[in-house]
Structure formats: structure tokens, C-alpha cells
Design a protein around this ligand. Structure first.
Ligand SMILES: *Cc1c(COP(=O)(O)O)cnc(C)c1O
Length: 422
């Protein structure tokens, strides 16, 4: 678990200006982590991390990552616009499509993004969307199916996942595109989510490199970049270990030397499109305890809810809960820490040993910087938390305000009710 970057006093002071609950991101830690990521992969002739925008779709965060050399991985029109607003354009955008409407392909092409297709039938669909002309560069998403063991409750088994092309379709797809004048090719795969075993990513690279060589042989197409996807996990639980990126990079580099260089495919650019390991550990949800109740279990009620952070409720995800100022007290109480949604799964922690908590205590929910605020929703009339940024100089900026009731009602016309006869 990361050390929360503010002291009790600093946090209490902050809650005088910004009402809880709120997210706060640590800019310094995000930058240092991105530098570590880049350095590990600097052993390749060309490397880029395309930050998965869906993990933390805030343009201030994107601008920080842009300044650290990242691109953006998008799969919707609003995500493309977020990149554009954050100075991420052209080939620094990866548009990883799936079930994508025509208009979004048009916008991606307008920005000069790399278009990553999810199916062989999307070649014609894309061509029609773009007025009869395919882009110069095309990438395809590979689904290795039962070749790849594993999967988990977030992404599932590859052969049961909706994404990507089969191997035969991949070969066919490159042939079709080559015949239609496409000049540059990439190959993408993403078969894991929140995976902590570093060898998993080495195996994935092996499968991808194998296919790169097969495509060269079968289609006469030289792949110029491989996108190894996202899916690098983070240690949510205290007994879990961070993925050693130096190890992953070195092992993949060894395969590169054995497979890619002899085939004359060097330089082959290596891309990732990670979200979770980039911002996940450096974002926190801060919430205040407003109730305690004692029934068959002990409950602690907070001013946040699953509408702010749905991972625990949705897939039983574990997030560390820090009771601010009580870090050194014995964890001799067993609590369910809940939110205010009328759903029994609205619990940030279940049967968790924690120090004795009282109303008014501040809780910090750790590792909420990716797929946190981003997955928020408005069910039950809940207004989503805002976002703060702890700058490298120690100052705090608001980078998204908390939602208001006006935001919630923005899509309704109450005036129409006057003439509406029920
Ligand atoms: C969600 C997703 C990612 C990012 O996944 P993380 O687990 O946040 O790293 C990358 N690429 C694609 C296509 C995705 O759907």
C-alpha cells in the first residue's frame, strides 16, 4: 500500500475547503511511476505507453501523462475529444474500437489516430465510413482463444471474450488490407486484466511475436508495431506484489532478440495501453464517516457510495481502507464499511479488521486512481464526487467539481410536466 501523501492535519484542512467525498490524485507519484515505466522499456528501439483513457478520463491527468511522453488509448468519441483537448493527437492516439459506430471512426481518422480494428468485417465497415479509402496504417486485435490460459472475472477467458479476431482471420485481414493499399501495420492483443504475474506478459509477447512472424511469412506484411494491451495489475491487497516492469521488459527484450531481430523486423515498436498501473495506486477516495450501527454486524456508514467507486460492489474488489490518524492503533474491530445506496453490495469493505471508528473520522480508500471515479454512476439519485490534484509543489487544485442536482436533472424538462396529462 502506498503512503497517503497528506498528513491528518493537511487532510482535515483540505476538507474545510472541499466537502467530502472527493478523489485526490498525487501528481508527483504519477510522474515518478511513469518515468519508471518508460525507463524499464527504454531498452527497446521504440516504446510508447498509450494511457487507457477510460481508467481516469480527466484532461488534467491526461496532460500530465502527455508531458511524460504518453499517448492515449480511446474507444469512444468523448475519449477522443479528451485526448484532443489534452494535446494528444495523431499517432499518439490509439483508437481501440469494438462495436464502434461509423461516426467515431471518422473522428478518429480526422485526428490522425491509429485505428485498431476488432473484427475482419470492420475492414469494409471502416472503408465505407471513411468514404471508400482505408487509412495508411491499420492495426488488428488478436484473440488467441484457448491458446492462452487464464483470464479472470474482469475480462474472462479469451475464447469467451467478445474481442478480437481469430488467428486465421488475422492472416486474412492483413492480406485484404495489403491488397487494398494499406502501408503500415500493427498487431494488438489484450487478454488479461489486473494480472500480477509478470511472466503472463512475457508469454503474451511470445504469442504476439509468433504471429508477427507468421504474418510476415503468410502475407508478406512486415508488422511495424505491437501493442501488448493493458492488464498489468496493481497490488490492491497487502500481501500482493507490484509487477516488476524491469523483469518484464528484459524478458520480452530477450524474445525480441531471438525472434524479431533475425526476421529483419527490427525496429519493431513496443506499445502498451495500460490504465490501472499508471494512475491506480496514486488516486484516493476520501470520505467521512457519518453513521455507525450495531445489528448482527458492526456497520460504518460513509458519505460516499458505490456510485463513487463501484469496484468493491461490482466484483468484490478489495481496497485498503485507512482510518486517518488511527494508523497505529490495533485493528481490533470487524466492520462492514458501507455507502448510502439502496443496494446491499454497496460496501467498500466487508468484515474488515480496522481500528475503532467513530462518526467524523476520515477514511482514505486506497488504489482508487483507475477505474474509480470513471466508473461512477447516478443510480439512486447519487451525485458523483469531484476530483482534486495534489501538485508537485504541494498545492491542491480542483480538476473536476462535485456533481450538483442541476447536473443530475440536466436531461429532464420539468416545464413539460405542466402540459403533460398523466
Ligand atoms: C480497459 C482497457 C485497457 C486498460 O486496462 P487496465 O487494466 O486499466 O490497464 C487497455 N486496453 C483496452 C482495449 C481496454 O479495454
Amino acid at each position: 500500500m502506498n503512503t497517503f501523501p497528506l498528513t491528518k492535519n493537511q487532510l482535515e484542512k483540505l476538507t474545510e475547503t472541499y466537502e467530502t467525498p472527493f478523489y485526490i490524485y498525487d501528481e508527483k507519484a504519477i510522474r515518478e511511476n511513469m518515468q519508471y515505466f518508460k525507463k524499464a522499456f527504454s531498452i527497446f528501439p521504440e516504446f510508447r505507453e498509450y494511457f487507457a483513457v477510460k481508467a481516469c478520463p480527466n484532461p488534467y491527468i491526461l496532460k500530465i501523462l502527455e508531458s511524460e511522453g504518453c499517448g492515449g488509448d480511446c474507444s469512444s468519441l468523448p475519449e477522443l475529444i479528451l485526448c484532443e483537448k489534452s494535446n494528444i493527437t495523431g499517432k499518439r492516439i490509439m483508437f481501440t474500437s469494438n462495436d464502434t459506430p461509423a461516426g467515431e471512426f471518422v473522428y478518429a481518422q480526422k485526428l490522425g489516430a491509429i485505428i485498431n480494428l476488432d473484427d475482419i468485417t470492420h475492414i469494409d465497415y471502416l472503408k465505407n465510413a471513411l468514404g471508400g479509402q482505408l487509412p495508411d496504417t491499420i492495426c488488428f486485435r488478436y484473440n488467441p482463444g484457448p491458446l492462452k490460459e487464464g483470464g479472470n472475472s474482469i475480462i474472462g477467458k479469451p475464447e469467451e471474450a467478445k474481442y478480437g479476431l481469430t488467428k486465421q482471420q488475422m492472416i486474412e485481414a492483413y492480406k485484404i488490407c495489403k491488397a487494398q493499399g494499406v502501408k503500415h501495420f500493427g498487431l494488438h492483443t489484450m487478454v488479461a486484466s489486473n494480472e500480477l504475474n509478470p511472466d503472463f506478459f512475457v508469454d503474451t509477447a511470445h504469442i504476439v511475436f509468433d504471429l508477427v512472424l507468421e504474418v510476415q511469412k503468410e502475407c508478406g506484411v512486415n508488422i511495424e508495431f505491437v501493442d501488448l494491451g493493458g492488464g498489468i495489475g496493481i497490488p490492491y491487497k497487502p500481501d500482493q506484489k507490484k509487477v516488476d516492469l524491469n523483469y518484464v521488459a528484459e524478458k520480452i527484450h530477450a524474445l525480441y532478440g531471438k525472434m524479431i531481430v533475425p526476421a529483419g523486423l527490427d525496429p519493431l515498436a513496443i506499445y502498451f495501453e495500460c490504465g490501472r498501473p499508471i494512475t491506480g495506486p496514486y488516486g484516493y477516495l476520501v470520505t467521512k464517516v457519518i453513521h455507525e450501527k450495531h445489528i448482527y454486524r458492526e456497520y460504518i456508514g460513509t458519505d460516499a457510495s458505490m456510485a463513487d467507486l463501484m469496484r468493491p460492489g461490482m466484483y468484490g474488489a478489495y481496497h485498503e481502507v485507512q482510518v486517518v490518524g488511527k494508523e497505529d492503533l490495533p485493528k481490533d474491530c470487524i466492520y462492514d464499511v458501507t455507502g448510502s445506496l439502496c443496494e446491499n453490495c454497496d460496501k467498500f469493505a466487508v468484515q474488515r479488521p480496522l481500528p475503532k471508528i467513530e462518526p467524523g473520522d476520515l477514511l482514505v480508500i486506497h488504489d482508487a486512481g483507475a477505474h474509480g471515479r470513471a466508473m461512477g454512476f447516478n443510480y439512486n439519485g447519487k451525485l458523483r464526487a469531484g476530483e482534486l490534484l495534489l501538485r508537485t509543489d504541494g498545492s491542491v487544485s480542483m480538476i473536476r467539481r462535485k456533481e450538483t442536482i442541476e447536473d443530475y436533472f440536466a436531461t429532464l424538462d420539468f416545464n413539460g410536466l405542466k402540459d403533460f396529462n398523466a
